[in-house]
Design a binder for this molecule. Structure first.
Ligand code: NAP
Length: 270
């Protein structure tokens, strides 16, 4: 298949399967060379060999467990020193479906390490170079549970809310300096994620489950439109805009010298 001109390298975490593997496919066809990161070398190799064959792009694989600090540091170093990297896709992540009291807290801790800590470290490693060169894109894969703490596991929701907040904050900090940010909030997407999180995707109503291909293609259309927060399933973008502007309207009143009148003793019911 014909590809577009080289756009530099995209480093994609969690590219051995699911959403990350589809990003690898689509970005290679858009003209990016790739650095694919995950633990499963066989999965990475399969993706890399197919894409090299089909697109002619240069595809490198790097085996790393992003819950292991030494591995994450290796990827950070690469992001800091390789100026040919023009895009970071923070996609690697795991979920959970059990309630907090039914969860193994060590597993939740590992989830935070992957979904939050590694994502933060990789972003912090990549962005200074992007700013210096006034050229770079960071795509952070969040989730609709960022907006819906009552859905699935609360720690998972919290990690994805973090990803959304960090992306919005970074856009505020460096969006005007040549760095494009996007938080993608997929709804249920048919990948291995569900089995790994403890709930087979077949148990979800089919009408709420999107293919990874449709999800990524929609998110890339939104990226091309310069959208900061993308909810591929949401029919009416105005719903998100209303939600976000309600949040922004709170801002001037979130910090005051005195408590709100309703919390003073005189106004409290006895
Ligand atoms: P997936 O097929 O299970 O992919 C997860 C990817 O993350 C795999 O490539 C996996 O590779 C990698 N990964 C997991 N643990 C890792 C670790 N310790 N170190 C490095 N890489 C690791 O599921 P997916 O649906 O594509 O998930 C991708 C992202 O989408 C996640 O952030 C997830 O939270 C988000 N998301 C998914 C859905 C959904 O319904 N599927 C909805 C909203 C958001 P290895 O196992 O080879 O390491």
């Amino acid at each position: 298949m014909a590809t577009q001109a080289n756009k530099g390298k995209a480093l994609i975490t969690g590219a051995s399967s699911g959403i990350g593997a589809v990003y690898a496919d689509r970005l290679a066809r858009r003209g990016y060379d790739l650095i694919l990161v995950a633990r499963n070398v066989k999965g990475l190799t399969d993706v890399a060999e197919r894409l090299t064959r089909e697109t002619g792009r240069h595809v490198e694989i790097v085996a790393a467990d992003l819950t292991v600090k030494a591995d994450t540091r290796r990827i950070e170093e690469r992001l800091r020193t390789d100026s040919s990297i023009t895009m970071l896709v923070n996609n690697a992540g795991v979920g959970a479906t059990a309630s907090l009291i039914d969860s193994d807290v060590d597993e939740l801790d590992k989830m935070i390490e992957l979904n939050v800590t590694a994502l933060t470290r990789l972003t912090a490693a990549a962005v200074p170079g992007f700013v210096e060169r006034a050229n770079g894109i960071v795509i952070n894969i969040s989730s609709i549970v960022a907006l819906s703490p009552e859905t699935l596991n609360g720690t998972y929701s919290g990690t994805k809310a973090y990803v959304l907040n960090l992306t919005q904050s970074l856009h505020h900090e460096v969006g005007g300096k040549g760095v494009q940010l996007q938080a993608v909030l997929p709804g249920a997407t048919s990948t291995a994620f569900w089995d790994r999180a403890g709930l087979a995707v077949e148990h979800l109503p089919a009408q709420i489950v999107m293919t990874a291909e449709d999800m990524v293609d929609a998110a890339l259309v939104a990226l091309d439109q310069g959208e900061l927060v993308t909810i591929p399933s949401l029919p009416d973008a105005a719903d998100w805009e209303r939600f976000n502007s309600a949040r922004l309207q709170l801002q001037p009143n979130l910090s005051h010298k005195v408590p709100a009148q309703r919390y003073t003793r005189t106004s409290a019911a006895v």
